[in-house]
Design a binder for this molecule. Structure first.
Ligand code: AP5
Ligand code: MG
Ligand code: ZN
Length: 215
C-alpha cells in the first residue's frame, strides 16, 4: 500500500518520475494537470473553465479540483494506493484532502518533494515537449523522442504545452512560490515530507525517491 503525493515546482520532474514510481509500486498515476488537459482537448465544460486559468499559468479554482481528485481515488484501481502528481497545490486543497482521507480512514504515506532551483527549471520547461495522448514528457535537447514529434511509448503526437512559453512559465513560478510552496511546511509538520534533490540525473532522482519510499 502506497499513498504518495509528488510535490515540486513546475518542471521539477514530477511527470518524468511518475511513470517509474507508478510501475514499481503498482499504483495509478493521477495527474490533475493531465486530467485538465484531456478535458481541454475534449472541449468539456470543465476543460473550458480550466483553460482560462491554465493558459495564464494560474491555478484552477480549488472547488473544481478537490471533488475531482477525491472521487478519483475512491475508484477500484486505487485500492492498492495512488500517486498524485500536481495535487494538492494550495493549503486549502491539502486541508480539504486531509479531512477527506480522515473520513475514509486513510492517511498519506509520503509527500515526495522534488527540489530544483528556478534557473535550472526555466530551460527544462521552455524546451519541454509532451505526448498529447499519454502525457509523457520529453525535452528537445536532453530527452528527444526517437522519432521527432512521435511518442516513443504510444506513438501519439509530441507537442509543446500552451503554458510552456517563457512568460507563462515565469508566472507559474510566482504562483508556485505564493500558493504551493507553503505545503512544504505543512507536510513537514505532519512528518510526511521526503525532500529529494531534483538536480541530479533522472535515474539518480528515481533511486533517491525509491530509497525514501521503501519497498
Ligand atoms: P501541471 O501539469 O501539474 O504542471 P506543473 O506543476 O507546472 O508541472 P509540470 O508538469 O510543468 O512539471 P513536472 O514537474 O511534471 O516536470 P516534467 O517531468 O514534465 O499543471 C498545469 C496547470 O494545470 C497548472 O498551472 C494549473 O493551471 C492546473 N492545475 C493542475 N493541478 C492543479 C491543482 N491541483 N489545483 C489547481 N490547478 C491545477 O519535466 C519537465 C522537463 O524537464 C521535461 O522536459 C523533462 O524531460 C525534463 N527533466 C525532468 N527531469 C529531469 C532531470 N532529472 N534532469 C534534466 N531534465 C529533466
Ligand atoms: Mg507534469
Ligand atoms: Zn505517448
Amino acid at each position: 500500500m502506497k499513498r504518495v503525493v509528488l510535490l515540486g515546482p513546475p518542471g521539477a520532474g514530477k511527470g518524468t518520475q511518475a511513470t517509474g514510481i507508478a510501475e514499481k509500486y503498482n499504483i495509478p498515476h493521477i495527474s490533475t494537470g493531465d486530467i485538465f488537459r484531456a478535458n481541454v482537448k475534449e472541449g468539456t465544460p470543465l476543460g473550458k473553465k480550466a483553460k482560462e486559468y491554465m493558459d495564464q499559468g494560474l491555478l484552477v479554482p480549488d472547488e473544481l479540483v478537490c471533488d475531482l481528485v477525491e472521487d478519483r481515488i475512491m475508484q477500484e484501481d486505487c485500492a492498492n494506493g495512488y500517486l498524485l502528481d500536481g495535487f494538492p497545490r494550495t493549503l486549502f486543497q491539502a486541508e480539504h484532502f486531509d479531512n477527506f482521507l480522515k473520513s475514509k480512514g486513510q492517511e498519506l504515506d509520503s509527500v515526495v518533494d522534488i527540489e530544483v532551483s528556478e534557473d535550472v527549471l526555466l530551460p527544462r520547461l521552455t524546451g519541454r515537449r509532451v505526448c498529447r495522448n499519454c502525457g509523457r514528457p520529453y525535452h528537445v535537447i536532453t530527452m528527444p523522442p526517437k522519432v521527432e514529434g512521435v511518442c516513443d511509448v504510444c506513438g501519439g503526437e509530441v507537442y509543446q504545452r500552451a503554458d510552456d512559453s517563457e512568460e507563462t512559465v515565469l508566472n507559474r513560478f510566482k504562483v508556485y512560490n505564493e500558493q504551493t510552496s507553503p505545503l512544504i511546511e505543512y507536510y513537514t509538520a505532519s512528518g510526511k515530507l521526503a525532500p529529494i534533490n531534483g538536480e541530479q540525473s533522472q535515474a539518480e532522482v528515481f533511486d533517491e525517491i525509491c530509497a525514501k519510499l521503501g519497498d
